[in-house]
Design a protein around this ligand. Structure first.
Ligand code: AP5
Ligand code: MG
Length: 227
């Protein structure tokens, strides 16, 4: 099973990614999580990406595509994977679809799942988000609080607030989403309409419901459209 999760920042991609990957036993490939780990470790990639991420801009397509290419060559991806936060530009989508200079093999995607949430709800969600950096586990102060305030449920380690979760940066990330990533919704819908054996199945889910209800709808759609 190869899945792309699409949606605005804060739509719930990471939250649902954890549930989907646990059920289907596939790895979650979150470019945002990979970049945050690189930043925290102070690697060359992290140093390149930090200021860009903190200001809500996108890291270059070239850097992201090389990062993903190296990741999907690892053995745990053999039976599938879930992309969370990738692709988010047309060149990234094209790199998956065609034999490009970056990825020298075609990656056939089975499902593209869009989680649709409006901008004002997203601003509310991101201001209350806390994460466990090492695992990428996601909490919310009111919607999904940890058992012990500010501690990760599994390790007991401290939770952090992402630097890009201030209202000003969230609004900038939403602006970039509408401009650069939203065209991918039409890109994948058109591809499904045109058909062809490699066309992914497009699923759109209303992401305003509870985490559990969104999860239920995603699983029902994936099972109904099993390939
Ligand atoms: P990334 O980490 O991917 O951030 P994002 O796409 O902006 O999305 P988020 O992680 O903020 O939100 P999410 O949809 O995962 O929501 P979550 O489940 O956490 O990217 C960060 C940065 O890295 C980018 O800005 C860019 O600079 C760079 N980058 C990454 N990938 C890149 C790429 N491909 N190309 C270029 N640059 C790239 O949920 C949010 C909150 O809501 C949580 O608190 C959660 O508990 C809560 N919540 C979730 N679902 C619900 C629900 N149904 N009801 C109520 N609350 C909910
Ligand atoms: Mg995320």
């Amino acid at each position: 099973m190869r899945i792309i999760l699409l949606g605005a920042p804060g739509a719930g991609k990471g939250t649902q990614a954890k549930l989907i990957t646990a059920y289907y036993h596939i790895p979650q490939i979150s470019t945002g999580d990979m970049l945050r780990v690189a930043v925290s470790q102070g690697t060359h990639l992290g140093l390149q990406a930090k200021a860009i991420m903190d200001s809500g801009q996108l890291v270059s397509d070239e850097v992201i595509i090389r990062l993903v290419e190296a990741r999907i060559r690892q053995a745990d991806c053999i039976n599938g994977f879930l992309f969370d936060g990738f692709p988010r530009t047309l060149p990234q989508a094209e790199a998956i679809r065609a034999n490009s200079i970056f990825i020298d093999f075609v990656i056939e995607i089975d499902h593209v799942v869009e989680i649709a949430v409006d901008d004002e709800e997203i601003v509310k969600r991101l201001s209350g988000r806390r994460i466990h950096l090492a695992s990428g586990r996601i909490y919310h102060l009111s919607y999904n609080p940890p058992h012990i305030p500010n501690k990760d449920d599994v390790t007991g380690e401290a939770l952090i607030q992402r630097k890009d979760d201030t209202e000003e940066t969230v609004r900038e990330r939403l602006r970039i989403y509408h401009h650069q990533t939203k065209p991918l919704l039409c890109y994948y819908q058109d591809w499904q309409l045109r058909g062809g054996p490699d066309a992914p199945c497009y699923i759109s889910i209303d992401g305003h419901a509870s985490v559990e209800e969104v999860r239920r709808q995603i699983f029902a759609a994936l099972e109904q459209n099993k390939r």
